[in-house]
Ligand binder design. Structure first.
Ligand code: ATP
Ligand SMILES: O=c1ccn([C@@H]2O[C@H](COP(=O)(O)O)[C@@H](O)[C@H]2O)c(=O)[nH]1
Length: 326
């Protein structure tokens, strides 16, 4: 718990630059990767540097190209002052451009409430150290139910993206609480930086609890729900080994969710939110399943039978895909 970096520090680029941050505390425990993994806090500063360098490069190109063909003057006495004027002029111009770039970044973040994108170039965890299985399916397909069975039977660590978001929503002092509440109620996908950071924090915490020697085996439930999340998670946290996809007709899922809504207390287990969630699932999340299907990573399971039957089928499929030792 102590080494978990508060979400607000790690995600908010502007705040992050002005707060003392225990960078070392955010380094995950996975052997062989810890020292080289940049703390997510540095994402914003790295992004900023890259942004600056890119701009600078662009502007310098523009400047030089506009000088083409102007070196016909053969008078050596006037040559050095000419170079000096160009040098001073370009330095001033570049400084001005950089300052504007910084200003526009700040203004965008403030006015649009956007989070700076993570700019890590390698994943925090290696698939040779940990195993990640994504668990997908429509709302109410039974992902959580089957994950609970898999935990009991095989000792996976179960991380539900939805549960993590709901916990963050309720966390006193969270700067994302209202945003998450709003997105969940409307069945929309919370900006990926928030969800990915919550997942990475939870994975780090779980590995710390279990000790370095334990291989982490994670069921990531209800994530990724959008292609950009899939790409970013695999690029910055860990590539997934496979995807369990629980397939279920909307009619069945709707009945289950309305039934669950009688006692769940969830703000999105009602007819209107359910309709919106189905729409998001079809339009935004199914492309993720198709993306992994093309990679041969998906195991599709009919989720309409009883939970026991679905679990039996899940076990058979997992064994076929991963062998007896998964
Ligand atoms: N195979 C099944 N047959 C009948 N009911 C089921 C089955 N699997 C799960 N349920 C019930 O349906 C409801 C939804 O299940 P569950 O919470 O596991 O779905 P989920 O896919 O995780 O949903 P969400 O995406 O909304 O979190 C629960 O009340 C659960 O008890
Ligand atoms: O990656 C994710 C996962 C979930 N959400 C939001 O949470 C709700 C509820 O998710 P469940 O998996 O059904 O518990 C979902 O409808 C999304 O609004 C998300 O944004 N990103």
């Amino acid at each position: 718990m102590a080494s978990r970096i508060p979400l607000s520090w790690r995600l908010a680029g502007r705040r992050a630059t002005s707060r003392p941050v225990p960078v070392s505390a955010s380094v995950p425990l996975v052997a062989g990767r810890a020292s080289s993994t940049p703390a997510p806090l540095s994402w914003s500063s790295t992004a900023r540097t890259a942004f600056r360098t890119g701009k600078q490069h662009q502007q310098q190109h523009r400047f030089y190209s506009s000088q083409g063909g102007s070196s016909g003057n053969k008078d050596k006495v006037k040559f050095w002052p000419f170079i000096a004027v160009i040098a001073i002029g370009s330095a001033g111009y570049v400084a001005l451009v950089n300052r504007r770039a910084d200003m526009s970044r700040t203004t965008d973040s403030q006015t649009q409430g956007q989070l700076p994108p993570p700019a890590k170039s390698s994943p925090t965890f290696s698939p040779s150290d940990i195993t990640v299985l994504f668990v997908l399916g429509g709302p109410g397909a039974g992902k959580g139910t089957q994950c609970a069975n898999l935990v009991k039977q095989y000792g996976f660590t179960h991380l539900s993206a939805g549960d993590l978001l709901r916990a963050e929503q309720e966390r006193p002092g969270s700067q994302f609480g209202d945003l998450i509440r709003d997105y969940i109620k409307n069945g929309l996908i919370v900006p990926m930086e928030v969800t990915i950071q919550l997942l990475e924090n939870a994975m780090t915490e779980s590995l710390q609890k279990n000790g370095n020697a334990t291989k982490g085996r994670f069921l990531i439930d209800g994530f990724p729900r959008k292609l950009d999340q899939a790409h970013k998670f695999e690029e910055s946290v860990c590539p997934a080994k496979m995807v369990l996809f629980f397939d279920c007709p909307e009619k069945v899922m709707e009945e289950r969710l309305l039934e669950r809504g009688k006692t769940s207390g969830r703000a999105d287990d009602n007819a209107e939110s359910i309709r919106k969630r189905f729409r998001t699932f079809v339009e935004t999340s199914m492309p993720v399943v198709e993306y992994y299907e093309k990679q041969g990573k998906v195991v599709k399971i009919d989720a309409t039978p009883t939970p026991d039957k679905v679990f039996a089928k899940t076990q058979t499929c997992l064994t076929e895909k991963l062998g007896r030792e998964f």
